[in-house]
Write a protein that binds this ligand. Structure first.
Ligand SMILES: N[C@@H](CCC(=O)N[C@@H](CS)C(=O)NCC(=O)O)C(=O)O
Length: 235
């Protein structure tokens, strides 16, 4: 029996952890960390994640932070049947790691910056918006090419590499008005993953009271706020 507590909020990084826990059918407690209140910067939380961001877990006395590390920790320790991962050392495991790191070092940071410039910035920068949305689209093309030759990112099996990339890609349409039909293999993969029961639960942990429709409205209002500003890039 695990002693896991998940500290999270249902953001693209947060749901990587909750979906993994749900897919593995683990028992865990959830501690909601509403990042809009900055509770993630408080001393008690910095002891669990010194980086002051969600997600993080405590498993007994063991802390784990960084969503990719959490996914690897959970599959190493709690996935002996390899439901969500390949055997370490196998060629597919190396592929799984590669696509996981592709998300951690590419899709997440680039989409995070795209969201910053498109939704949350205090000044409008058309250069910043274009740079990070173009880079997001380039990364989607890389995923699309891989998914044209393989049903899942690491091979024939759905793994944590799919969960990690899915968690970010699925928010592109609502947050950044990205039309996934430009990448048919990627779109098909997103639709297929959305049907999984663990995804349907994990995407909404912890509960916030905000529906996906309300989130889409908030994103729209945030884009309108930026659109109403004057571009501040130096010419
Ligand atoms: N590389 C980290 C990124 C974590 C991250 O940026 N989390 C965001 C939510 S998606 C957060 O906690 N933001 C609040 C803040 O930066 O204070 C991971 O993958 O866990």
């Amino acid at each position: 029996m695990s002693q896991i507590t998940l500290y999270s909020w249902p953001t693209p990084n947060g749901i990587k952890a909750s979906i993994t826990l749900e897919e593995l059918g683990l028992h865990y407690k959830t501690h909601a960390v509403d990042i809009s209140t900055n509770v993630q910067k408080e001393d008690w939380f910095l002891k669990i994640n010194p980086n002051g961001r969600i997600p993080a877990i405590l498993d007994g006395d063991q802390r784990v932070f960084e969503s990719g590390a959490i996914m690897l920790y959970l599959t190493d320790k709690y996935d002996p049947e390899r439901k969500l991962s390949y055997a370490p050392g196998s060629p597919e495991y190396v592929e799984e790691l590669s696509w996981l790191m592709f998300q951690m070092g590419g899709v997440g940071p680039m989409m995070g910056q795209a969201e910053h410039f498109r939704l949350f910035a205090s000044k409008r920068s058309d250069y910043g918006i274009k740079r990070y949305i173009d880079e997001t689209k380039r990364l989607y093309s890389v995923l699309d090419s891989r998914l044209k030759e393989s049903p899942y990112l690491a091979g024939s099996k759905y793994t944590i590499a799919d969960i990690a990339n899915f968690s970010w890609v699925q928010i592109g349409p609502a947050a950044l008005e990205i039309d996934l039909s430009e990448w048919p293999a990627l779109e098909k993969w997103v639709e297929k993953i959305k049907e999984r029961e663990a995804i349907k639960r994990g995407m909404f942990i912890p509960k916030t009271g905000t529906s996906p429709e309300q989130m889409a409205e908030r994103f729209k209002a945030s884009r309108a706020r930026i659109d109403a500003m004057v571009n501040t890039d130096a010419h």
